[in-house]
Design a binder for this molecule. Structure first.
Ligand code: CUK
Ligand code: CUA
Length: 641
């Protein structure tokens, strides 16, 4: 049974790659269809703004990129779990603490799922959360500044893949482990996995004012792999749904071991119930080291704190809080429609889509219609929770988004297409090819109660011949479809950074209303800020030297620095005195192994220089700031030790 499915799947894989290489005819067909109307729909006239922001994850680049839709223009790359020489993020002294973890300084991660904060189930445009998979972390990007302002490490987690999704009032941002591991970590035989490893689902509370994150509790689940997750909303608010695979708990996922079970599970978690239990003193604290890093916009400085314990809850402690919904064939995506009634589990080894009903689930729970248990967690009967299936929808279903008009859009990796279907009737309405092998799709607000169903964005895994070749490695890519009609219409291909896993889109007006243009100089609370030119100075403390420097069009103060010696450690604390929008200046020193600083008006940043040779060394502004930009320069005299 299992073997024949794999055989069929491998045929389709072959077929899909075959078509990748022989796609001239289909491409030409597209070109015919891509009339000037498509160009018009994505054309944003010079000086005009896009209608939507799309925050697209950078996958293995660890970053988050900001694109305008429908134009597909790249507006910004926000460093998150990365060092960025353009912005000095992770290089300057102020932001290095953001990349601290319990494993040390980790300036890289694999960023997959951005999600925008919500109020009453609607996008509120305050923050974007995004997960780092590899060294489990959740970051928060502040949409007033488009900067990463907080990163919290997730202990007892490995792979951190079913993350980071927010509940409908951003009460929690949720992070589920991908791998189950020994908890606490310890030296033990790998083949004793079954029954001994644990999977943690972490509920991180978000302070409604400041947005600060704090781990409220970790639910310690059986040793499955937890793939993706989405919150309930509307009627199902208070629940969270997680897809699982490897419910066999195999320690090696060669096909012989995993995918034996015809069905894995969607785990339904009543977090309100667990929250109540925890608020009443339930759960146990266990020792756990994890970093919590916060960047402050007033001091322009990050601090890193190492936390020492976490509150852990065993699902059996809270009866009625956790249930397992059988779902065929290793479900990947686990998506909830805008009304909160339907939970879509896309079994990636299946051609059908499984749609569960929240109402039926509650009925089954209330009538205690259980079909066995896994480690004491009740399993519901498939038939009792199933709303229906979308039959033969395509091959290799991954992720589903919703347009708010009762339609769902599912990506199919193997058959390389996006398929539109009706959520109530589960009938397929339209299908359009993706070039090639789409992963996630995104509709602005598609993960909220109130989507903006104008476009669907497909983020593709394979580009092949779609762009000018650039050697063996070609660009990553996304495709934009108009979904305002009955049939979808492909409008645009555009290149993206990293491997775009997922994206979060939002009407630009919501974000623009909160957006910040300037840091006020007189509100700068940086420890080493120089608020007036009269305070610019050089201070020595042993072999540590602190340069308090200012910059404004078009000079540095001081611009001639003497008294530095080989062997000194020189801190340049540089404050940009501009108070006009969009007038940054930059600075670095020869041989400094940090990047240059890019300092926004009113901001202070610091780099360290350890001169190795005596001499007179120039420095200059690196950002073309005025007609006298080239005159914005100075010298440092370095004497022998
Ligand atoms: S995963 Cu990438 S295609 Cu990390 Cu959201 Cu499904
Ligand atoms: Cu300041 Cu160029």
């Amino acid at each position: 049974m299992k073997k024949s499915i794999l055989f069929i799947l491998s045929l389709f894989v072959a077929a899909s790659f075959f078509s990748c290489d022989n796609s001239e005819s289909s491409k030409n067909g597209d070109r015919g269809a891509l009339a000037s109307s498509a160009a018009e729909k994505v054309y944003v006239a010079p000086g005009e703004h896009d209608e939507f922001y799309a925050f697209i994850s950078g996958g293995f680049s660890g970053q988050l990129s900001v694109y305008g839709l429908p134009s597909g223009r790249l507006l910004k790359v926000i460093p998150v779990f990365s060092q960025d020489p353009e912005k000095a993020w992770g290089y300057n002294e102020e932001t290095k603490p953001m990349l601290n973890t319990s494993h040390g300084f980790v300036p890289w991660d694999d960023a997959h799922h951005p999600d925008i904060s919500q109020t009453d189930g609607k996008l509120d445009g305050r923050w974007v959360f995004i997960n780092g998979n590899n060294t489990p972390r959740i970051a928060k990007v502040d949409l007033t500044t488009f900067e990463t302002t907080e990163i919290i490490e997730v202990p007892n987690s490995a792979g951190n893949h079913s993350s980071s999704f927010v509940t409908e009032n951003t009460e929690y941002v949720v992070a589920g482990t991908r791998f189950s591991v020994p908890v606490p970590q310890r030296d033990m035989p790998i083949n004793e996995y079954k029954g001994n490893f644990k999977g943690s689902l972490t509920f991180i509370s978000v302070d409604p004012e400041e947005g600060h994150m704090d781990i409220k509790f970790q639910l310690m689940m059986p040793g499955f792999d937890y793939d993706l997750a989405h919150p309930g909303r509307g009627k199902s608010h208070g629940w969270f749904f997680f897809s699982t695979y490897n419910t066999e708990e195999a320690n090696s996922l060669l096909e012989v071991n995993a995918s034996q079970n015809d069905k894995d599970f969607i785990a339904a978690v009543n977090w309100k119930k667990i929250e109540e239990y925890v608020n009443n003193g339930g759960g146990k604290t266990m020792p756990a080291n994890y970093a919590h890093n916060i960047y402050d916009d007033d001091t322009h400085t990050a601090t890193s704190t190492m936390k020492k314990e976490v509150l852990v809850v065993d699902p059996l402690e809270v009866p009625g809080a956790v249930f397992l919904l059988p779902t065929p064939k290793s479900p990947h995506g686990c998506d909830v429609n805008p009304t909160g009634e339907y939970i879509v589990g896309n079994g990636k080894l299946s051609a059908d889509l499984t749609v569960h009903s929240y109402t039926k689930m509650i009925d089954a729970i209330e009538n205690e219609k259980f079909d066995g248990e896994a480690y004491g967690i009740p399993i519901l009967k498939f038939e009792d929770v199933l709303a229906g299936t979308v039959k033969q929808a395509g091959l290799g279903p991954l992720h589903t988004e919703f347009d708010g008009e009762g339609n769902a859009y599912t990506s199919f990796f193997i058959s390389s297409e996006v398929v539109k279907w009706n959520v109530e009737t589960r009938e397929v309405i339209d299908r359009k090819p993706c070039y090639y092998s789409v992963g996630h799709v995104m509709i602005p607000g598609g993960n909220s109660a109130d989507p903006f169903g104008k476009y669907v964005l497909a983020m593709n895994k394979i580009t092949k011949d779609r762009y000018l070749p650039t050697g063996p490695e070609v660009t990553q890519s996304a495709q934009l479809y108009d979904i305002t009609g009955e049939k979808m219409e492909l409008l645009l291909d555009f290149p993206t950074i990293g491997e775009p896993h997922y994206a979060a889109g939002i009407p630009a007006d919501i974000v623009k209303a909160n957006s910040r243009k300037i840091f006020k100089l007189d509100e700068n609370k940086h420890e080493y800020a120089t608020l007036s030119n009269g305070d610019a100075r050089v201070e020595r403390d042993g072999n540590e030297v602190h340069v308090y420097m200012t910059m404004i069009r078009s000079h540095f103060t001081p611009d001639n620095i003497e008294g530095i010696k080989v062997g000194d450690k020189v801190y340049f604390h540089v404050t940009n005195h501009e108070q006009d929008y969009d007038v940054p200046h930059g600075i670095s020193m020869i041989g400094a192994n940090t990047s240059e600083l890019l300092i926004m008006p009113g901001q202070t940043e610091t780099f360290v220089w350890e001169p190795k040779q005596p001499g007179v060394w120039p420095f200059y502004c690196t950002d073309f700031c005025s007609a006298l930009h080239q005159e914005m320069q100075g010298y440092v005299r370095v004497s022998p030790a």
